[in-house]
Design a protein. Sequence first.
Length: 185
Amino acid sequence: MSTQPLEQAIATTRSVLTGVSKDQLGADTPCAAWKVSDLINHIVGGQYFFESCAKGEPPAGGETDYSAGDFVTAFDDAAKRCVAAFNADGVMEKVLTLPFGQMPGAAFCGIAATDTFTHGWDLAKATGQDTKLNDGLAGQLLAGAKQFISPGFRSPEGNPFGAEQAAPAGAPNADQLAAFLGRTV
């Protein structure tokens, strides 16, 4: 597996980040407990988390308030480091030890792509942007999510995923992915 899906997810989410204004930081998001500022912090911090896990280091990126500054530049820096970590020799083939278990680097890269893309969708929805994001990538991520996310990963609290929701007939793949992962579309 290559980092191409992750890089596409990063590019998609970056385009959404550039459309967020500072006056939207307090707005609600599809992630019930998060405001836009919290979601931005998770999106940027997530790239550092993925990087550190791919390197076999303790998770990083959790407590910084990226939304208070230039969050697009912070995302660019973190995403570059994340992709470089997954592109390092042997990372995709080796088994990584993560806070929630062990898995091959390629599978974890897929999780990173899905997380990055889906939270980009959340941010688009919260800030009134178009949620029809990269239909081809969304379809690929949806197929992967359907293969790996079992009912045991779902809970009423949404940890790690809420109950699957219905997407409207004919909804674009990004909306279908969001609904599958528990978002109301």
